[in-house]
Write a protein of this length. Structure first.
Length: 153
């Protein structure tokens, strides 16, 4: 499929998953998921890409419920609705996090793992299904489990 989600996101990139390939999981989004993915791209990814001025790596965008469960994702993950995207660009992940937090409307922006200087990646979601919460969080591992806390500067 040569379809694009947005100017800088191909369909293939948006549904790519090594875990899905390994386990034979069909990670094809439905029509409503595709609509929501395009909205996330328009409202979050493309403005961020323009501001940063260089390519950004998408580590996860759409995840069907079976794939999400297979990787241990949250049962309520917005990835399953096409409403969340995980983005990284190495040493500037912190800049990505703050730019989103300070410049965009979003439901959640999450500093994912890494350390206090730079997240390993940034999770961001956007929804039209209810008001966006503008919730900034940080996730870390405590006692072998992911723990989400409010992000304070």
């Amino acid at each position: 499929m040569n379809e694009r989600i947005s100017e800088h996101i191909s369909y293939a990139e948006a549904v790519a998953s090594q875990e899905a390939v390994r386990k034979g999981i069909d990670n094809t989004p439905g029509p409503n998921d595709l609509i929501r993915m395009r909205i996330v791209a328009e409202k979050v990814f493309e403005p961020l890409r323009k501001a940063i001025g260089k390519p950004l790596h998408i580590s996860s965008f759409y995840r069907c419920p079976e794939l999400n469960k297979s990787i241990g994702g949250s049962a309520t993950s917005q990835h399953c609705e096409g409403e969340a995207i995980d983005i990284s660009c190495g040493e500037i992940n912190k800049e990505i996090f703050y730019w989103i937090k300070n410049n965009l409307e979003y439901d959640q922006v999450i500093w994912e793992f890494g350390d206090h200087n730079n997240p390993a990646w940034v999770h961001v979601s956007f929804t039209l299904q209810r008001p966006n919460r503008q919730q900034a969080l940080i996730v870390s591992i405590k006692n072998g489990k992911s723990q989400y806390t409010d992000f304070y500067e």
